[in-house]
Design a binder for this molecule. Structure first.
Ligand code: GTP
Ligand code: MG
Length: 195
């Protein structure tokens, strides 16, 4: 995919603030700090378009990015951040759930998990929920640069098994540091958008 333009559009707190032009949307879900914003920057070859932070829980809204005037990435608030209050967590959960169920232009959900660790209970719950609703999905295992290449197959298997992913759901090993997985992910995204 050749990136001609990429721009931040809006931090939406609800669906009423989301774009109405109907361009295909790709959502990114995953726990806080897993690397959602970093992945967006890497895909778009932008250093800091999506704000990243070593401090988890930074992204708390639905952040829209428009690419080439032909699709949106939607960066979701991360789940599983312990320091966020229970009521705050519930209201995020509701927002995300409603969005996923009702959002018509949604073409693909990227669920990000950390390649280094077995999926958390929340990762599993999220995956199960998405799978139950039948969303087109791709699981992205982030931070691949943090473990040695020889360990990748073992860790990938732990993720597939932990999430109980059927063989047809793609698992992409990714690194925002090295760009590993970038081309593979772009081709999955382009296909989902019909480009
Ligand atoms: P929230 O917005 O809090 O939900 O977090 P996020 O999922 O957007 O994570 P973010 O992209 O901000 O990354 C969190 C931290 O992990 C940052 O310090 C990143 O530099 C680091 N990080 C993200 N992806 C990678 C990766 O592929 N490799 C390495 N080594 N570090 C990464
Ligand atoms: Mg973020």
């Amino acid at each position: 995919m050749k990136i001609k333009t990429s721009e931040f559009v809006i931090s939406a707190v609800g669906e009423d603030q989301c774009p109405v032009d109907g361009l295909p949307e790709i959502c990114l879900a995953g726990r806080s700090n897993v690397g959602k914003s970093s992945l967006i920057n890497k895909l778009l070859l932008r250093r800091n378009l999506a704000r990243t932070s070593a401090q988890p829980g930074k992204t708390q809204t639905l952040n829209y990015y428009r690419i080439n005037g032909e699709m949106y990435f939607v960066d979701f608030p991360g789940y599983g951040y312990a320091k966020v209050s229970k009521s705050q967590r519930q209201s995020w959960g509701k927002m995300v759930e409603r969005f996923l169920r009702e959002r018509k232009p949604l073409r693909l959900v990227l669920q990000l998990v950390d390649l280094r660790h077995p999926p958390s209970a929340e990762d599993c719950a999220m995956y199960e929920w998405l799978a139950h609703y039948g969303f087109p999905m791709c699981v992205v295992a982030t931070k691949a640069d943090k473990i040695s290449k020889s360990q990748w197959p073992k860790h990938a298997k732990i993720i597939r098994t932990g999430l109980r992913m059927p063989g047809h759901v793609p698992l992409v090993l990714f690194s925002s540091e090295t760009g590993m997985g970038r081309d593979e992910l772009w081709s999955i995204i382009a296909q989902a958008c019909g480009i």
